[in-house]
Design a protein around this ligand. Structure first.
Ligand SMILES: [Zn+2]
Length: 330
């Protein structure tokens, strides 16, 4: 990306400061005028089909968005990732793509395959892998800088990220996901710091809330480590994470995962459902890229998909209890 495509910097030099959300809105309006592919994608988003679905006593939104096919069906095999040009690296971005430079380290970009209006990707300038433990402070700063209208999410490797090899977050309008209502409730009761399990249809989340960034970051890192232990694997454990800054502090929901794609993704024929759950799905909105999947998705299939990809609730609760024990002892 050339210097000329950086439309604004945040934070700005003293005296010139404007809220980050304003700079993002300006970027979004500008790109609608200067980047045809993006304008067409947003026009298509205005016309996508949406329906509601009740499952497990919860309201879900199902979106038919064929523009997401490349992301939903991305080849995530490590060899395929290594062989393809990384589409988030600054020198490979489309010529028309503009950015807000965020804290020198990230480019805020309009997502050319949007689920929301607006929908931004916040991409590290350097090519390095998705890593929530390493990036959590940046996610928290971003959430605070974008409040109160915008929230942030993170898709871990094999948890919905189509570029797991390039660190990035995504930004969506607060209230755009059904689970946001639960986050707002948690924000109302916010104390100095809390970590609690939240049982949702087919999946268990861990909600962290608090007024100090250090507590949130420490809580998330301890949770990732505990999830790694209960799963018996290496590394941070598979997760999605979403949330925002609500007046006095942050509320984050972490969705521990056990699988990237559900069994239905790999079926042949009629039963196949091309759905790759990420934060958006864990938050209660399901993106379908084929009309047949959009029409056929029912309560049983939806709950089956969540049960396939979400880490079993007893293991999530075990990890959360371990973190509470560590934090009490600290
Ligand atoms: Zn890259």
């Amino acid at each position: 990306m050339s210097e000329g495509n950086v439309l604004a910097r945040f934070p700005a030099p003293p005296g010139e400061g404007r809220p980050l959300a304003d700079l993002c809105r300006e970027l979004y309006r500008g790109q609608l005028l200067t980047w045809r592919e993006f304008a067409e994608a947003y026009a298509a988003l205005q016309a996508v089909w949406i329906r509601e679905l009740q499952a497990g006593g919860e309201r879900f939104v199902v979106q038919f968005n064929p523009g997401r096919e490349a992301s939903t069906a991305a080849d995530l095999d490590p060899a395929a990732l290594a062989a393809r040009p990384c589409f988030l690296c600054p020198d490979r971005l489309p010529r028309e793509q503009a950015a807000v430079l965020y804290r020198e380290e990230y480019l805020i970009l309009c997502n050319p395959r949007p689920i929301f209006s607006p929908h931004f990707t916040v991409s590290a300038r350097a090519h390095r892998p998705q890593d929530l433990a390493g990036g959590i402070e940046d996610l928290l700063a971003l959430a605070k800088d974008l409040a109160p209208d915008l929230n942030v999410f993170y898709n871990g490797p094999d948890c919905g990220a189509s570029a797991p090899d390039h660190l990035h977050f995504q930004v969506y309008p607060r209230g755009g996901l059904p689970v946001d209502r639960r986050l707002a409730e948690a924000a109302k009761d916010m104390g100095a710091f809390s970590l609690a399990c939240l049982s949702l249809a087919g999946r268990e989340a861990v909600v962290l809330a608090g007024t100090e960034a250090g507590d949130l970051a420490g809580g998330v890192r301890a949770l990732l480590a505990a999830l790694g232990r209960v799963r018996g694997g290496e590394g941070e454990g598979m997760v999605n994470c979403l949330g925002g800054y609500y007046g006095r502090g942050w509320v984050l929901a972490v969705f521990p995962r056990r699988r990237g794609r559900p069994g239905a993704y790999y079926l042949a024929g009629e039963g196949r459902r091309v759905i790759s759950p990420g934060s958006v799905e864990m938050g209660g909105m399901v993106i379908t890229v084929h009309e047949g999947d959009f029409a056929a998705l029912d309560e049983g299939t939806l709950l089956g998909i969540y049960e396939d990809v979400a880490l079993e609730a007893p293991l999530v609760r075990e990890a959360a209890a371990a973190v509470r024990g560590v934090l009490r002892g600290a």
